[in-house]
Ligand binder design. Sequence first.
Ligand SMILES: Nc1ncnc2c1ncn2[C@@H]1O[C@H](COP(=O)(O)OP(=O)(O)OP(=O)(O)O)[C@@H](O)[C@H]1O
Ligand SMILES: [Mg+2]
Length: 230
Amino acid sequence: MNKLLSLRNVTKTFPVRGTSLTVFKDLSLELEDGEFLAVTGVSGIGKSTLLHLVGLLDTPSSGEISLNNIVYSSLIPEEASKFRNQKVGFVFQFHHLLPEFTVLENVEMPFLIGGGGQDDARKRAREILDIMGLSNRLEHFPSMLSGGEQQRTAIARALINEPDLLLMDEPTGNLDPRTGNGVMDHLDALRKKRKYGCIIATHNMKIAARCDRIFPMNGNGENHAGEILR
Ligand SMILES: Nc1ncnc2c1ncn2[C@@H]1O[C@H](COP(=O)(O)OP(=O)(O)OP(=O)(O)O)[C@@H](O)[C@H]1O
Ligand SMILES: [Mg+2]
């Protein structure tokens, strides 16, 4: 197995009104190629913060993150945007679909932004939406979809560029257990076709148990949640 992701001694401190808040300190973590990892821990412990760092949406205060041996801090901003578009798929807790575009168009978007052609985009989007069980919802707008369908659309969008790493922040948070499990079934089905790593931040222990490994965050920073645990 090859190493997909590596975090070495990563610390994240936010400035807060003249003072600062360290959410986690010296956090180290590795992910193998194709590995599914669940990140768990109480509200406010830093799960989303961690995903934002790994997804190149924010930068660590210190420490090093690398994906496929590319060190994030070595990338200039344009390279970082391209890297994020090509290598990482991000599913937010609230789906962030564009309301004025259809399901098909929402899913095509990252591929077109990455410089892909319209025909290829359509073909890929149809394929991935088929795997997600949405081939009969292609022309729907997000507001016409159920919560689970919106979430699956967001996952399809995160996967269209065939990222090496899929990051999901509470992907099943708003779903009933059966639909949440269905989303996981879709991800597992896709995994059999194509190898990709995945980090899922979740409070749902049933979802966490379906991953290869669980990384419990326990708050070694100075945040409130850490204090509760100590
Ligand atoms: N931009 C910011 N500035 C200051 N503090 C922040 C910022 N972003 C997050 N925090 C703080 O960092 C801590 C971790 O937040 P984070 O969103 O990562 O938690 P979480 O584990 O995802 O929680 P939840 O389960 O509720 O989603 C929180 O205490 C939050 O207040
Ligand atoms: Mg969160």
